[in-house]
Each structure stands twice: as structure tokens, then as C-alpha cells.
Design a protein around this ligand. Structure first.
Ligand SMILES: C[S@@+](CC[C@H](N)C(=O)[O-])C[C@H]1O[C@@H](n2cnc3c(N)ncnc32)[C@H](O)[C@@H]1O
Length: 752
């Protein structure tokens, strides 16, 4: 290259702000031609500009432009602009802070660390840079270093509210919740309306077992930002962990709102709601009347009293109510209402109770006991209604509601004609739930793709059970507030993998084997970012329910198909993740089904499995023996009679059987059948699972626990870092805590 061309090139670098490149060219030229004046002048000018820029800063407009690009997510463009700005103004630490934030936002954490360190080199007292560096170090798993960085930020700027908050989060990560509480409290002293700090303080107090304070903190966060789904999620967590804790009186309005939150499954918080409801004077008064046997005489009054409790009505509409005392009251109310056939138009509040009761009984699949006398009266009522509907006469809405509290309205030949009647407009919700939605499901059932045959004898029996009793009939479910990439999900579960997680980062293919009525598939589809879900089940009725609800929620990344897991090897597809919860233990040979699923899993793929625990199900085994001895079949009538027998046992008569009353599954027909009357059930110990995993080529990587206290207790006994991945230790733990896996073992494994 000749001298002129080198000089021209250096000049054009200079113009683009690429001073390093220009400087390099001038220096190179001067090494060969030390007297070249143009190169000397060029270099001098460069040095002057650098000197000048070292003491000057970009304009506000220049900074704002980059910040706007960053906040719009145009990270590449922001980084391009930053290259020019940092070249021109190499001594402005803010630019390196923004650069670090850009790199952090695209997951290039190592480069982000370099940028923040550069900012600190320029300005050693840059509190923001320390705080940002702390966030990135935390993201890299270097939590102790993160804590040091936040503390450094706070030394420089003691009232730096975000640094206090971030320090709190990091201390939680380090297992120092007490110190974390102090940090959150400091943040809140500086900024009392810092909703996230209230929420995380609440969650930390929950982990410390201070549930009353925890719920108050989260309520505070919600009152500041009621639309934040993460707060609601944490709220539900505390309630779930609280079990039967009776929280204070300020909870009621929050519970009512919680029932409508997409991230909350109403049945998950039903126990807390029941505890709150039991404190309501109107409900207490109704209990009193029902105990004295005076319901028939005072029914209108009691209806009005109960109708004045919105939380009760909404819970009745949304899920089964796991409370024997409330079930008893509602059963008696239903009977008293049937005895009276109240024709007079109830005031609108009273009618709300009729509606809620009809919807409730439909939702629990008519699990309440029905006497012969009631059966006869219901037959009379349905004949009377048939005559009225077919004769196009006026129809008392209350009668329809009473019938709907005993029978699903869609079964009657005249139900579609009933919908046309103007007199039932004010109980439309019952007709939608009991007629329209069922018709929709019947329509979908014809369209479900059937991708395998069902040949196995047990599969056929199981299918029949779930065709009759799709499990469960749910109304609102809990979706994840924010979908995450696989690595983030595992991080939240504190599961560490020994391989590169990046293979899972985009569009994971997920199979849900045995999806039931869709709650499982919907929950998973909302949990993993950009995932594609295939959900299969034996039962067309369950699948149709799932399809209807999936459409209702506008979710489009789930395909539903009918298949027997045993026959799925004909499916020419592979998956990154396979989930099968509450399914394999209902197969003829669970290991055979599990093996088919392992073959569908990609190398290093993940599985989430839910299996019954032998130890935790001891009371269930006893109940199953009782059912067998008493020759109860699995018909709805027998299930109702069995339930009544258990509920009428005196408290001290048979403590083990009475324990079943604590199972939520006891309070709806399909769930009770699933819990106690299943045609096929296997149970496992963790040592058996360990052997099975070896045979299947799977590695246990961790439990998914719904109650954080279990892990806390486990870690107190087994503090070594890798203990949670050792099943023999968990087995010992379960021997000491036989109820620990009450619902099921829910765990993650990885294909080796
Ligand atoms: C207890 S439900 C669990 C549903 C769902 N996983 C959940 O957690 O809500 C069990 C489901 O597994 C399905 N199932 C059982 N055996 C199966 C098999 N061999 N192939 C496909 N589905 C099966 C049943 O039809 C039923 O819907």
C-alpha cells in the first residue's frame, strides 16, 4: 500500500470515530517514515482530540438515543452506537454501564462483567456500576461476589434503594434469609411503595415460617400494583404453604380477587378461603340453623345470609369445597330448597345462591349424597319442567336451578328448548355451564385425532374410567405468569445440570403423556418460552374438555391427540421434555410405559414424572381396603354412600380413615374416584424409583416440591450441596416424614 493510501485510510477511520485504527495506521507509517509530516500531524490531532474527549462527555441527546434503543430492545443498534460513543468519549463510565446492561440483556454476561469493570476502572466510586455488576455476577451464579458488589455500591451510596433490594435477593440466594429481611426493610424505609421489595420480603418471611407477616407484605405489594401476576403467584404460594392457618381478617377481599387471577388455581387456595369463610358471622349463623334442624322453616333467610358472602358464592362456582361442614350445610340447603319448590321470584341476591349451588354441584359432579326421597322429588320436578318447557309456558328459574343442583341439565331431551325460554335469562350461567359447554365438548370429541390404537386390557379399563369421570372438572386454572427458557425454569427449581443448557434455549418440543382435562398441558405450555406441546390421553372426554378450555383461554401452542402411551413408539417424533404426572402408576406395567417415553426423549432430554408414594398413601390404602371389605363399587351412587359413611364416622372411631377428609380429592366425584376407586394403582418407594431410573438410563436431578418447607427441613438434616439429588437420602427423610410426598413424588430426571 502506498503512503497516500495509508494516510487516506487513516483519515477515513478518524472520520468514523475509529481512533484506535487511525492511530495504528499513523504509528505504523511513522515507524517506516519517521519524518512524514502528514502522519505526524494526524497523530498529534488524534492525541489532542482524545485529550479533549477525556475531559468532555457526550450530549444528553446522544445518551438518550442509546437508552431509548436499549429500552426498546434494539440491543444491536444500541451497541453499535456505543462503539462510536466510547471511542469518542473513552472516559465516560456511564457509557460502559449502558454497554454492560445491553450485554446482560442479551445473555452475554461475561462481556457485561467486562463492561461494568471498565466503568469502575474509569470511576471507582460508581455505585450504579457496582450494583449492575452484582446483578450480572448473580446471574452467573457467583452470588457471594454479587453480595460483595452490592455492599460496595451501598458503601458509596447508602440510600441506593435498588442495591438494598438486590442485596436482599442475593442474600436469599445465599441462604441468609434473616439478613435478606434486613436489606428489604432498608429498601422499604427509603422507598415505602417499593412493591417488589414488599413482595420479596413477604416471600422471605414465608420461608422463615412467619406466614402472617408474609401475607401482609404480599398484600401490600398487591395493593400497590394489583395487576402484577408475580405478586399474586407469591400470594397463592403463602396460602398454600399456610395450609389450614387461619390468616387475619384483612384477607377476604384479596381472596376474592385471587380467584380471578390467571396464575392461581382456585382449588390450590380453597383451604385458606374456607378458613376465612368460617370466620364469617353469616356462615356461622347458617351452620347454627342447620345443626338445629330448622333449615326447612328458615330457608329463605339462610339463602339470603349465604348469598351475602361473595367469597363463598364465587368459590362454589369455581371448584369443589374441601370442607365436610360446608358440604353438609349445602347438602341440607339443597334438600330444603327441593322440598319447597320456591316459585316466587327470588330477589336477585337470593337467586345468586341458587345459581352458585347449581354450578357448584355440577362442578363437583354431583358428589353430595342424595336420599331416595330426593330422587323421587327430583323426578317429579323434572317431569313438571318438561311439561312447562314443551308447552312453552313460563318457567320458574329457581326450579331449573334446583334441578341443575341435582342433575346436569344437558341430559334432558328438552334442554336445548329450555335455552330458548325467556324466563331463564337470569340463570344463564347455569345453562352455559351445564348445556352449552357440554355440547361444545361433544362436538370437539368427534374431531380429536386418534394416533394409536388402545389394545392393552388395563388401558381399556382406565380409559373407560376417565370417559365416565374426566379428571378433574376445573374452571379456572393456574398459568405461569411469565414463560421462561428451560435453563431458567431449572434454576428456579434449584436444579443443576451437568451439561450445556443451550440445547434447550429455543422452542423446546414437549410431550405431556396423560394430560387429563388440560390443566397440566396448559400449565406447562405457559411455563416454557416458545414451546410446542403435544398432549395425549386415553380419554376422549378428557381431551374434549381440555380442547374447549384451551380455546377459551386463547392458547395456541398445544396439540391434543388420543393415544395410549404404550403404543406411542409408533409416533415418529422426539421431544426435549416429557412430562407424565399421575399417569404411569395407573398403567398395567408402569416401567413398560416409562420405557416408551424414554425412547421418545432426545439425548440429554428432561422428564418430569409424578408417581404415588407408598408411604404417603398409607391412609388411602387403608381406605381402599375398607371400600373392598364393604363392597362399595365405583358407581356414583356407591361413591356417594362411601363418602357419607366416612363423613358420619365419629372423630375418634377410625382416625386413619378420617384422614381422607383432608384430601382435596375427596370432594368431587372424578377426583374421589381417581383417589380411592381407581381400576389400577401402583405405589412406589424412592429406592424402587432409584432402581427403575438405572434400568431406564435416567438420572435423578431433583424434586419439584410445592412446599418449600420440605426442602428446608431436608437441608437441615443433609446440608451437603449435592444431597437433594440423592434418592437414598430422600428415602431416609421420608421414613422420618411419611407425609412429605402427600400428593405424589414429583421429580425431574435427565436422559443419560
Ligand atoms: C390422574 S389423571 C392425571 C392428568 C394430568 N396429568 C394432571 O396432572 O392433571 C391420569 C390421566 O392419565 C391418562 N392415562 C392413564 N393411562 C394412560 C395411558 N396408558 N396412555 C395415555 N393416557 C393415560 C388417563 O386417561 C387420565 O386422564
Amino acid at each position: 500500500m502506498n503512503i497516500d493510501r495509508i494516510l487516506a485510510k487513516a483519515k477515513s477511520h478518524e472520520k468514523r470515530g475509529e481512533t484506535d485504527e487511525a492511530r495504528q495506521l499513523y504509528t505504523m507509517l511513522l515507524q517506516t517514515f519517521p519524518q512524514n509530516q502528514r502522519a505526524r500531524r494526524g497523530l498529534k490531532a488524534l492525541q489532542d482530540t482524545t485529550l479533549q474527549n477525556n475531559y468532555s462527555s457526550p450530549t444528553k441527546a446522544q445518551i438518550d438515543t442509546v437508552i431509548v434503543l436499549y429500552s426498546k430492545g434494539q440491543i444491536r443498534e444500541a451497541l453499535d452506537a456505543l462503539v462510536i460513543l466510547t471511542t469518542t468519549y473513552p472516559s465516560v463510565s456511564l457509557l460502559y454501564n449502558i454497554k454492560g446492561a445491553c450485554y446482560a440483556s442479551i445473555g452475554q454476561l461475561d462481556v457485561a462483567v467486562e463492561s461494568f469493570n471498565k466503568a469502575l476502572e474509569i470511576k471507582p466510586d460508581d455505585a450504579e456500576a457496582y450494583s449492575n455488576l452484582g446483578n450480572v455476577l448473580k446471574g452467573l451464579g457467583q452470588v457471594e461476589a454479587a453480595v460483595t458488589s452490592y455492599k460496595q455500591a451501598l458503601k458509596i451510596k447508602p440510600d441506593y434503594v435498588e442495591a438494598h433490594y438486590n442485596l436482599g435477593n442475593a442474600l436469599v440466594g445465599l441462604g441468609q434469609p434473616m439478613l435478606a429481611v434486613t436489606s428489604y426493610e432498608r429498601a422499604l424505609r427509603i422507598k415505602p411503595d417499593y412493591a417488589e421489595a414488599h413482595c420479596n420480603l413477604g416471600t422471605t418471611l414465608k420461608d422463615l415460617g412467619q406466614l402472617d407477616d408474609a401475607i401482609l407484605c404480599i398484600q401490600k405489594a398487591i395493593s400497590i400494583d394489583p395487576n402484577n401476576s408475580i405478586f399474586w403467584d407469591k400470594f397463592a404460594h403463602v396460602l398454600r404453604e399456610g395450609g389450614s392457618t387461619a390468616f387475619g381478617g384483612t384477607l377476604s377481599p384479596y381472596l376474592l380477587q385471587a380467584l380471578e387471577q390467571p396464575s392461581i388455581r382456585p382449588s390450590d387456595i380453597s383451604i385458606s378461603i374456607i378458613n376465612t369463610l368460617r370466620q364469617q358471622p353469616n356462615l356461622q349463623a347458617a351452620f347454627k340453623v342447620s345443626r338445629t334442624g330448622d333449615l326447612d322453616k328458615t330457608i329463605s333467610n339462610v339463602i339470603r345470609q349465604l348469598a351475602s358472602i361473595p367469597l363463598l358464592l364465587r368459590l362454589m362456582e369455581l371448584c369443589p369445597i374441601p370442607a365436610p361442614d360446608i358440604e353438609q350445610l349445602l347438602t341440607q340447603m339443597r334438600h330444603a330448597m327441593l322440598n319447597q319448590w320456591p316459585v316466587e321470584n327470588q330477589d336477585s341476591q337470593g337467586l345468586r345462591f341458587f345459581k352458585a349451588l347449581a354450578i357448584h354441584c355440577f362442578t363437583n359432579e354431583y358428589v353430595f349424597l342424595e336420599s331416595d326421597e330426593e330422587t323421587q322429588e327430583i323426578n317429579r320436578l323434572q317431569n313438571k319442567l318438561k311439561t312447562l318447557v314443551e308447552g312453552r309456558e313460563a318457567i320458574p328459574a329457581t326450579w331449573v336451578a334446583i334441578l341443575g343442583a341435582y342433575r346436569p341439565l344437558h341430559i334432558f331431551s328438552w334442554s336445548d328448548q329450555l335455552k330458548e325460554s325467556g324466563s331463564v335469562e337470569n340463570i344463564k350461567e347455569i345453562l352455559v355451564r351445564q348445556i352449552n359447554e357440554v355440547r361444545e365438548e361433544q362436538h370437539f370429541s368427534l374431531k380429536v385425532p386418534r394416533i394409536t390404537s388402545i389394545n392393552n386390557k388395563v388401558s381399556k379399563l382406565v380409559r373407560e374410567q376417565y370417559e365416565q369421570s374426566p379428571y378433574p372438572r376445573w374452571v379456572n386454572t393456574g398459568l405461569y405468569a411469565k414463560p421462561l427458557v428451560v435453563g431458567e425454569v431449572l434454576q428456579e427449581l434449584e436444579i443443576k445440570l451437568s451439561f450445556n443448557e443451550e440445547q434447550f434455549s429455543v422452542s423446546p418440543d414437549i410431550l405431556i403423556a396423560g394430560c387429563g382435562t388440560g390443566q397440566h398441558a396448559l400449565s406447562t405450555a405457559s411455563r416454557f418460552k416458545d414451546c410446542n406441546v403435544l398432549a395425549v390421553d386415553l380419554s376422549l372426554n378428557s381431551l374434549s374438555y381440555a380442547i374447549r378450555k384451551t380455546k377459551e383461554l386463547g392458547v395456541s401452542n398445544i396439540e391434543y391427540m388420543q393415544a395410549d402411551i404404550l403404543e406411542l413408539n409408533s409416533l415418529e417424533r422426539q421431544f426435549d421434555i416429557i412430562e407424565s404426572s399421575g399417569v404411569l402408576h395407573h398403567m398395567d406395567n408402569p416401567l413398560a410405559g416409562w420405557r416408551v417415553l424414554v425412547d421418545l426423549l432426545r439425548p440429554s432430554g428432561l422428564m418430569q414424572i409424578g408417581l404415588y408414594s407408598d408411604m404417603a398413601r398409607e391412609p388411602i390404602v387403608e381406605a381402599r381396603e375398607f371400600i373392598e371389605k364393604k363392597k362399595y363399587g365405583d358407581s356414583p351412587e356407591d361413591i356417594r354412600r362411601f363418602r357419607a359413611e366416612i363423613m358420619n364416622m365419629s372423630n375418634d372411631s377410625n382416625s386413619h380413615l378420617q384422614k381422607i377428609l383432608d384430601s382435596r380429592g375427596f370432594y368431587s366425584l372424578s377426583e374421589c374416584r381417581d383417589l380411592l376407586f381407581h381400576v389400577q394403582e401402583h405405589r412406589f418407594t424412592l429406592l424402587q424409583i432409584e432402581i427403575a431410573l438405572k434400568e431406564l438410563g435416567l438420572e435423578f436431578i431433583g424434586f419439584e416440591l410445592s412446599n418449600a418447607q420440605i426442602m428446608k427441613k431436608f437441608r437441615e438434616i443433609y446440608p451437603k450441596e449435592n444431597s437433594p439429588t440423592l434418592l437414598p437420602l430422600w428415602h431416609q427423610f421420608e421414613l422420618m416424614n411419611p407425609g412429605a410426598f402427600g400428593g405424589m413424588y414429583q421429580f425431574w430426571v435427565q436422559k443419560t
